[in-house]
Design a protein around this ligand. Sequence first.
Ligand SMILES: Nc1nc2c(ncn2[C@@H]2O[C@H](COP(=O)(O)OP(=O)(O)OP(=O)(O)O)[C@@H](O)[C@H]2O)c(=O)[nH]1
Ligand SMILES: [Zn+2]
Length: 365
Amino acid sequence: MTTRDDPQAPVSGVDQSAPDQHGAELSVLEKLGWQPFFADQVVGEDLEQTPPVRVVEAHRSGLRVQGDGIDQLVPPKLAATVGDWVLLDRVLPTSSRVLERKSLFKRRAPGHDRSIQLIAANTDTSFIVTSCNPDFNLARLERYLALAFEAEVTPVILLTKPDLCDDPAPYVEQAQSISLRVPVVLLNAKSDSAKDQLAPWCKPGDTLVFLGTSGVGKSTLVNALFGRDTAETAEIREDDARGRHTTRHRQMRFLPNGCAVMDTPGMRELQMAEAEAGIADLFEDLTDLAGQCKFRNCKHENEPGCALIAARTRGDLDPVRLERWRKLVVEDRSNTASLAERKRGGKALRKTIRSMKKLNKKLGR
Ligand SMILES: Nc1nc2c(ncn2[C@@H]2O[C@H](COP(=O)(O)OP(=O)(O)OP(=O)(O)O)[C@@H](O)[C@H]2O)c(=O)[nH]1
Ligand SMILES: [Zn+2]
């Protein structure tokens, strides 16, 4: 179901003409989320030649970028993702310089091609959305959180659909048990209070991203923030919590106060890669204990002097949680190694091609 009250309103991107309603006039770049962190990187650059633009949408066919008086598509060859700031090369857009990121949320791409998929760049807060229904899954939440910690983004767990379940308390309790450092907010995405409940994170200049599987209410929450239907939502079958895909690509919208909001399509599979620090951070207590094992390469299976097994035997450690952590660590190591191998393989291939070209030149071919 597509419901938009104003067909003329920009569904995503920033409205370049609208005066802001908060008194102070924000520049277009400020509305897009330009921060000193990025401004510091362009000192001495010719910003007439290569103006800063932000990637506001990612499609298969390319990236939509916006800047001061700029709104255009860049072919997908540019290695950037939604949220990235880019110094746009007007002549050769795919050669534009991507500015250093404040944060990057990424996962191992689904499928077998051993690559990394960039999900969201330069976000300050990531809302990890799940519902008080069978979508709720501790192991999956831990995956999202480990990737958020790795990305150095502040994660917040949002628990939707409390109105559709008899007792949301056990969901809240479980979500809170994951980490003391992650706030948990229980909210009905369709209620009037949803916007107020998210307000503490909707600060001017900040960028927020909604992550979670399909049908958990990400687009409904985006609509709640904007006070009108700008994002498409779809009815789902509540009995099995299966959602139909409605958000088809990643895109940003901008609140009048200068806060940027990113919606993403549902992600069910979240494979770890290059997330060692994030996992260690989320499972801080287990990481600390592992440091006390007798052997540095302890696998925490049945080795003598294993601090984790000792803790489990004492009853100080939930065995199921220990297993989940071990699984994440093993998966991350294996995926990270296979990515590194692929990168090395790519380098070797490029080297071979270069030397063949040289040889051909020598032979006058
Ligand atoms: N009753 C109730 N319904 C909700 C709540 N949150 C979401 N819904 C409904 O759940 C359905 C799916 O919501 P969406 O916002 O489209 O879900 P999404 O996470 O954006 O899904 P994708 O775009 O597929 O990733 C819609 O029918 C919403 O109205 C809630 O807190 N309470
Ligand atoms: Zn051990």
